[in-house]
Design a protein. Sequence first.
Length: 269
Amino acid sequence: MELRVSGLHKSFSSASEGERVDALIDVSFVVPEGRFVCVIGPSGCGKTTLLRMISGLEKPDRGTILLGDREITGPVREVGYIFQEPVLLPWRTIVRNVEFGLEMAGMAKQERREKALAALELVELRDFADFYPKEISGGMKQKAALAMALVVEPKVLLMDEPFVSLDCQTRNYMQAAFLGVWEKTRKTVIFVTHNVEEAVFLGDEIICLTSRPAEVGKRLRVGIPHPRDRTSPELNLIRKEILLFLAAEREKTRSVNGMFTHVHDLSEV
């Protein structure tokens, strides 16, 4: 099921300035079914805001988001969301956390238990089904969050820097583990990250957003099959292109900020 984002605009009220601040302007792209797309851009450019609009948690000022023929105007079961920090209920075991969405949907106890265990099997966490969140590691908690998202069988999986809080070794392991799950399920994935190496290692395609107000500045196809060698010359060339893009965006932001500072100084003369 194709995801089509067309002409998204989003602005927010500035508490300090008392005016509207543009976050996203005319963001448009299409994600074919089963594609793994990474979104990267300068810090604060609106990547999370973009995910929240695609999920239906936040409404754009203008523009449309279509999943197949259906416009997304609010949260829908077909779109799953994994946050930076895993959202697990501490008083429920891991399997009962995974069951939670199915329970809220009214599914019978036996059926939801079977589905939850199958999801935990998929993320290699079934042996920890009866543990509580405090009894497992950070990487395991993210696996549990992934199982929670997968068990309701979404068409699209949104991931907002899900491995950012993990140490380097665990992060690399989780990237490879998630790719294994993705290759089995072939969900459409939109994965936000600040880590260029992560984007190049994971994504079929990389969408580079500009500085705020963000728009799509560059789109790169990564035509290298998985499994990938993180240090390969091919991946390093793509990594270099993204780093040059981000460096140019940082320089653009500094130039604009310098211009406004100069104008402010003149106004006080």
